[in-house]
Design a protein. Structure first.
Length: 300
């Protein structure tokens, strides 16, 4: 926790710590957080149902306007409901090179197995303990004569380097043009007969040997924005969208009034809505032989 906190105060770090929470009111990290001016929340879990305790934690996190949760030595198994509420937004660090040695006693297990290296892993938290998608790993050599304690001490140094880097990278990805383009690509290419090409320096998507239905503009002409360009009904809808949310919507340069640009780099992109925009835009240009099949499928 201290490593994450102090890293957050370095120039250019994309995250800040808004709350340090614990199920142990005597946790030393709480005193450190208070000394550094970080709000804290502590609630002992003894005598509380797991779901009740996790609901109180969730309320404290949302009240602090937290966007992500970084577990740091939180040794209590979280309820499935809590994990679901923070799906894709909760990270953990584990002292082994996952998938090797989930659970406890990781250093001793690595030594007894004769491994050349131990290490640590940062992963997303899922309902299955220590099995979420990996975000980063750092290997630490096991030296002759190492004990679990001596290896753990060196792995701790690695943890303090790895966790802040992985958290920063993960938080920053929501404004990274490459990551944003990849998210659009995954959705656009799932549409029937979609193909990707490069046009005017932008990734664009269309029907094979047909018209284009989407473009991704990344700092196009130096505008500093990453946006999805899709077809709409016309100038009236374009004007209405821009009037309702001028930060998110704008008229794309060199495109007509039947296109809209939707900012993807504001940090709060609704990817379900992006799915809908892409499907609508695809339908607007796809040949009838493709749309007719989907129209029939939609009836069922």
């Amino acid at each position: 926790m201290a490593a994450l906190l102090y890293a957050s105060r370095l120039a250019g770090c994309p995250y800040e710590i808004v709350l340090v929470a614990s199920n142990n009111p005597a946790a030393p990290g709480l005193d450190l957080a208070r000394a550094e001016g970080v709000p804290t929340f502590a609630l002992a879990h003894k005598g509380m149902a797991r779901e009740e305790h996790d609901a109180a934690m969730h309320h404290a996190l949302t009240a602090a306007r937290a966007d992500y949760v970084a577990l740091a030595g939180y040794m209590r198994v979280l309820s499935d409901g809590f994990v679901a509420q923070w799906a894709g937004r909760m990270l953990n660090i584990h002292p082994s090179l996952l998938p090797r040695y989930p659970g406890l006693h990781t250093h001793q297990r690595a030594i007894e197995a004769g491994d050349s290296h131990g290490g640590c892993s940062v992963h997303l938290v899922t309902a299955t303990l220590d099995e979420g998608p990996l975000l980063g790993q750092l290997a630490v050599a096991i030296r002759p004569g190492d004990t679990a304690d001596t290896l753990a001490a060196r792995v701790l140094f690695a943890e303090h380097q790895l966790y802040p880097r992985c958290l920063a990278d993960y938080v920053a990805r929501v404004r990274d043009p490459r990551w944003l383009t990849a998210q659009v690509r995954e959705r656009a290419m799932a549409l029937p007969e979609a193909e990707e090409t490069l046009s005017h320096g932008m990734a664009c998507f269309g029907v094979v040997k047909g018209k284009k239905f989407a473009w991704v503009s990344a700092d196009h002409h130096g505008d500093g924005r990453v946006a999805l360009l899709v077809k709409i009904s016309g100038t009236d809808e374009q004007a209405d969208l821009i009037e309702r949310d001028p930060e998110r919507y704008f008229r794309p340069a060199y495109f007509g009034g039947d296109w809209i640009a939707i900012r993807l780099d504001l940090g709060d992109t609704d990817w379900d809505a992006v799915d809908d925009w892409l499907q609508r835009s695809w339908r607007a240009i796809a040949p009838k032989r493709l749309t007719a099949l989907l129209d029939v499928a939609d009836m069922f």
